[in-house]
Design a protein around this ligand. Structure first.
Ligand code: NAP
Length: 318
């Protein structure tokens, strides 16, 4: 089948979380008429709006003293971008070619070209892969203690994982929870010694070793979990109202393998203090290049940086 070729663009933004949509607002207001390829609604990894579409209430985004629902916040971002002449394509990018300018972005057999690209494809939490996981997301199941810890005041919760993230999340959650149990599949932690010591010395933290979560129990809200002992194979149940999965994150960078420079863990490399990638005219922002902060507000800030870098770079070309 022959390709359908679309009108050349000044800038294409790939991804539509806080970073991509902030980049859209800024590039649109710079008269660059951005085209945002926002992702696919049915997907859990690159759904339009990004990871906030999977959360319920967001209480730490400045400007919303009463809090705001994650999807509502992203709708506001999108409306603001649309107001200033942003075009949206609700599809998933299937291939890119950044080897020559204009750059090419494919959505199946439709070919889009642009003078510049902003990559904001985000990251996703690695999940346990349990059957009803997505249903309980935001209803007792979370992947972000900073975002959701506050909702678990006085409750007993479980954190899954044995790395720095799990220990950090568990320690943070003790500010709210009455008890935090770290469920780990082995009998020793991967986390750094100092973080381990902090957790072991915290009276609110307990460890459940050699255990894997096999089941989420509940009707509308999470009420407990099923566990299996990884050594004896014995099954058990635990009554908890919160389950935090902290077994790592994966950046959505498969599209850019062997094209853009990446860290060993797959996150895109940007020139320090900027959004420049190794390819002139291709910029990256948000969680796809940030494995440290991973907050909506920091993603939005880096989206603004990418838009300004992009605008200045385009200006310098002409
Ligand atoms: P990580 O180091 O890869 O640890 C993931 C943990 O989850 C491991 O303990 C692993 O178990 C467990 N796990 C993986 N898949 C699982 C599954 N399917 N079921 C149950 N458990 C599973 O990831 P991370 O903790 O997110 O850390 C990522 C990087 O960020 C690390 O380099 C870390 O040092 C860094 N980080 C640093 C800080 C800090 O310094 N403040 C905070 C957060 C993260 P096994 O141990 O058995 O493999």
């Amino acid at each position: 089948m022959s390709a359908i070729e679309m009108t050349p663009q000044k800038v294409i933004i790939i991804g539509s979380g806080p970073a991509g949509l902030t980049a859209a607002i800024y590039t649109a207001r710079a008269n660059l008429a951005p085209l945002v390829i926002e992702g696919e609604p049915s997907s859990t990894s690159d759904q339009p709006g990004g990871q906030l579409m999977l959360t319920t209430e967001v209480e730490n985004f400045p400007g919303f003293p009463e809090g705001v629902m994650g999807p509502d916040l992203m709708m506001k971002f999108r409306d603001q971008a649309a107001r200033f002449n942003t075009t949206f394509i609700t599809e998933k990018v299937t291939k890119v070619d950044f080897s020559q300018r204009p750059f090419t972005v494919w959505v199946r057999d439709t070919k889009y070209t642009a003078e510049s690209i902003i990559v904001s494809t985000g990251a996703q939490s690695i999940m346990l892969g349990l059957e009803n996981e997505s249903r309980f997301y935001g209803h007792g199941l979370s992947t972000c203690a900073t975002c959701d810890g506050f909702f678990f005041r006085g409750q007993e919760i479980v954190v899954v994982g044995g790395g720095d993230s799990a220990i950090e999340e568990a320690t943070f959650l003790t500010k709210f929870a009455s008890k935090v149990t770290i469920v780990h599949r082995r009998d020793s932690l991967r986390a750094s010694k100092i973080m381990q010591d902090r957790a072991r010395n915290n009276p609110k933290i307990e460890f459940k070793w050699n255990s894997q979560v096999t089941e989420i129990i509940g009707t509308d809200k999470l009420e407990g979990i099923g566990l299996v002992d990884t050594v004896t194979g014995e099954s058990s149940k635990m009554s908890v109202t919160g389950l935090f999965v902290a077994i790592g994150h994966r950046p959505n960078t498969d599209l850019f393998k062997n094209i853009l420079d990446m860290e060993a863990n797959g996150y895109l490399q940007t020139r320090p203090g900027s959004s420049y990638t190794n390819i002139d005219g291709v910029f990256a922002c948000g969680d796809v290049q940030d494995h440290t902060y991973r907050q909506a507000i920091t993603a939005a800030g880096s989206g603004c940086m990418a838009a300004i870098d992009c605008e200045r770079w385009l200006e310098a070309q002409h």
